[in-house]
Design a protein around this ligand. Structure first.
Ligand SMILES: [Zn+2]
Length: 142
């Protein structure tokens, strides 16, 4: 008796569970897609606004390149490459030794951050460094 009941109700229950799961699953995926679309649409606007706030220079919307897959916006102002990724503004610069490796600066929020990045921050490939500071520190005769 009990066995018969459970056999009859089991499929119905699992069908209901799958439907419920598909609903939340679909809603989550739709929410993700919507937020991704919103984020991508906001990227160039946000990047232009941040560059303008820091430099007083307003770039044209068409001068911003948006990588929709990576959700990254990039724009160049006077040869300096700005990039907005996950809400963080950074500079993009090539290794001065080889010019091949490209590096993102630490996040820039203030004018002083930008000044540090423009003057002091220097990206370099590990293999391009003229002197390896780790070896220098490990030297035993110092
Ligand atoms: Zn290099």
């Amino acid at each position: 008796m009990y066995h018969t009941v459970s056999l009859r109700t089991a499929p119905r229950t699992s069908v209901r569970l799958i439907t419920r799961q598909q609903t939340w699953h679909r809603r989550a995926v739709e929410a993700y897609r919507q937020s991704a679309q919103d984020e991508i649409a906001a990227l160039p606007v946000d990047l232009i606004a941040r560059i303008a706030a820091l430099t007083g220079q307003t770039l044209a919307a068409g001068s911003v390149y948006v990588d929709r897959v990576a959700r990254v916006a990039t724009a160049t102002l006077d040869g300096t490459v700005f990039r907005l990724r996950r809400g963080e503004l950074v500079l993009l610069r090539a290794c001065p030794e080889c010019g091949q490796g490209h590096y993102e600066s630490p996040p820039i929020e203030t004018l002083a951050d930008l000044g540090y990045t423009l003057s002091t921050w220097q990206p370099q490939c590990p293999n391009c460094a003229p002197e390896d500071p780790i070896n220098w520190l490990e030297r035993e005769d110092i």
